[in-house]
Design a protein around this ligand. Structure first.
Ligand code: ZN
Length: 155
């Protein structure tokens, strides 16, 4: 695995252990060239997913991108980072089990919102407000009234 700091390809695994309730293997890596340390995750990938974007373009599904947008929505929320990893894995598993290789970005957005709505209302609203376009604002109220969060938000 190439070092993300200096580009050296010869990095060493210092520690490997199960993560996310044995869904992933977490490896701590060390680069002898620059002394950099970083972490990689090994996960099962059932299917190579392709995202159909609203503008008609296709691009390879990127788990890191999905995770980033969820972490942004979850910022400063009282949620264990490990829980977020599990959530992302759950979403990816759902996408893979749709049985299609091509998945629309809209479908992904809906699954993410559904998942967030069950876990954290504030994160859900943050994500939804970014994700949804103005045309869908009417539906947004309905979404909100249908929410049954497990914990009450502080905001
Ligand atoms: Zn390095």
């Amino acid at each position: 695995m190439r070092c993300p700091f200096c580009g050296n390809v010869d990095t060493q695994v210092k520690d490997s252990r199960p993560a996310e309730d044995h869904v992933a293997i977490r490896r701590r890596r060390f680069c002898a060239a620059c002394g950099g340390r970083f972490t990689t995750y090994e996960r099962v990938q059932l299917r190579d997913l392709v995202v159909l974007k609203a503008n008609g373009r296709r691009e390879d599904f990127d788990r890191a991108k999905l995770e980033r947008s969820i972490r942004i929505a979850m910022q400063k929320r009282p949620i264990d980072p490990e829980r977020i990893d599990q959530m992302v894995s759950g979403i990816v598993r759902r996408l893979e089990s749709l049985g299609e290789t091509d998945i629309s970005s809209r479908q992904i957005g809906e699954i993410v919102m559904e998942t967030l709505a069950r876990i954290d209302t504030v994160a859900y609203v943050r994500f939804a407000s970014v994700y949804m376009n103005f045309q869908a604002v009417g539906d947004f109220d309905r979404f909100m009234s249908e929410l049954r969060p497990q914990e009450s938000p502080e905001v």
